[in-house]
Design a protein around this ligand. Structure first.
Ligand SMILES: [Mg+2]
Length: 269
């Protein structure tokens, strides 16, 4: 369709875009947390092992890395189950616009996960992640990640117990009923007795989740102008499948080191 000079100029709907100026306040840290939509169904269709499948965890890691590949640079990232939390300090990330952050971050994850499921597992359906924004004071950052890591730990115990009961022939309803009200030590005992699995010795990523951290590495290079070998610090993104407990002082220092390395990397000339 062409617009002739006689045609009435269409009304602009710019001022209907009410939320486009919604921004995260300056100076505030924030997490964008993405969560897989209907992943239970997706995982069973693909045939991922229960309660944990390393191939699925690898898919979550590569999907989370897509956020970095898309040009964003979270300071610290934590992944467990079908969720990922990306920490930002708000510096020029889409000028802190909420609509942009909540659409682009989960899009990057969703498209990478869909591609991975298709190419590696021959699964053809599209998958999606939702996203939310969590505002944090600097002092609350480690507490936030300790909270998500506690969720990983709870999920680890409950899932092992649940799937142990299913493997013994209980229906999902019977299993849920049986587990209702059981405390962690009882769940540990149940899994050990019925499946011979010691929940204190499962792979660390199942208990503590996976972190993507920034590390500074000394790299030797050659400076052609000086004609000499030079040492330079380079920022590296590292996968850590055995992160410390974030509620400990070791864990706090660990998160801080990743944040600081990234922030130094941004400001270094
Ligand atoms: Mg989910």
């Amino acid at each position: 369709m062409e617009f002739s000079s006689k045609a009435k100029k269409p009304k602009s709907f710019k001022d209907h875009e009410l939320f486009s100026q919604l921004k995260i306040p300056p100076g505030v840290f924030f997490v964008i947390r993405c969560d897989g939509r209907s992943f239970k169904e997706v995982c069973s269709k693909v045939g991922f092992k229960k309660p944990f499948d390393k191939a699925f965890a690898e898919l979550m890691v590569s999907s989370s890395k897509a956020v970095f590949e898309g040009g964003l640079n979270p300071l610290f990232t934590f992944i467990h189950s079908d969720e990922a939390s990306f920490l930002f300090n708000g510096e020029s990330t889409f000028k802190r616009r909420v609509e942009k952050l909540l659409s682009i971050v989960p899009s990057l994850m969703s498209s990478k996960a869909s591609l991975g499921l298709h190419s590696i597992f021959n699964y053809n359906g599209p998958v999606s992640f939702d996203a939310r924004v969590v505002l944090l004071d600097k002092a609350e950052i480690a507490d936030y990640f300790a909270w998500r890591q506690m969720e990983a730990w709870r999920n680890h115990i409950n899932s092992y117990a649940y799937y142990t009961l299913l493997s013994k022939g209980l229906t999902p309803r019977e299993a849920s009923l049986k587990l209702k009200g059981l405390k962690a030590p009882q769940l540990h005992e149940l899994v050990f007795k019925e499946a011979g699995v010691n929940l204190a010795t499962t792979p660390p990523w199942q208990r503590r989740g996976i972190a993507l951290i920034w590390e500074e590495e000394v790299k030797e290079g050659f400076d052609p102008v000086k004609g000499a070998k030079v040492k330079a610090l380079r920022l590296q993104l590292k996968e850590d499948w055995s992160p410390p407990i974030f509620a400990s002082s070791e864990g706090r220092g660990y998160i801080e080191r990743s944040m600081e390395a990234r922030l130094r990397g941004v400001t270094r000339p």
